[in-house]
Design a protein around this ligand. Structure first.
Ligand code: SME
Length: 174
């Protein structure tokens, strides 16, 4: 049985523990659905002040809700919209200290105040995004960005994305 535990300490200590737990959870397992589901749970239960953690996956030029923890969320996000769509268009992490100031932010949970969205780039294709929301303004800083990008890279590395890449809807990097 996987032993989930939270450690105390500074953010770096907690993030390093989180990364080790993620590696341990994915050891010997490359299934995208199983690993993204566990990743969402791990993030949601490990990070403080987070009300939603999960994934949107590219399908036919739009983002479709994937594994997550938190309140039920909007299912489809066009890449022209929202923080998630912006992360896909710009192929870059979006760190949003105040969602009320982000033009086009999509409010799935009215209590969300800040957000970070990290694109998942496999070879030259975006397969989806990691989205984490908080009810606290300015919850995420550069250190969160650095470690969560490492978390996203770990997922990219450990998961077999072939079933999603075979889907012709996965967006090619241009
Ligand atoms: N806020 C996101 C939508 C997804 S929910 O936060 C879960 C956005 O603006 O793209």
């Amino acid at each position: 049985m996987f032993a989930f535990d939270r450690v105390e300490g500074d953010p770096a200590t907690r993030y390093q523990h989180l990364l080790r737990q993620a590696e341990s959870l994915m050891e010997g397992e490359r299934d995208w659905l199983a690993n993204l589901a566990n990743a969402a749970s791990l993030l949601y239960h490990s990070l403080n002040q987070v009300n939603w953690a999960g994934f949107y996956l590219m399908k036919k030029e739009e983002l479709v809700l994937g594994p997550f923890m938190g309140l039920p969320a909007c299912i489809r996000i066009p890449i022209s919209k929202g923080v998630c769509g912006t992360a896909v268009r710009e192929k870059a992490t979006q760190l949003v200290p105040d969602v009320l100031q982000f033009p086009g932010h999509i409010a799935c949970d009215a209590s969300t105040r800040s957000e970070i969205v990290i694109p998942l780039l496999v070879a030259d294709r975006i397969v989806g995004v990691l989205d984490i929301d908080s009810p606290v303004p300015q919850r995420f800083d550069e250190e969160d960005r650095q470690y969560l990008e490492r978390f996203a890279h770990l997922l990219v590395d450990k998961i077999d994305w072939a079933p999603l890449l075979e889907d012709e809807g996965v967006r090619h990097q241009t």
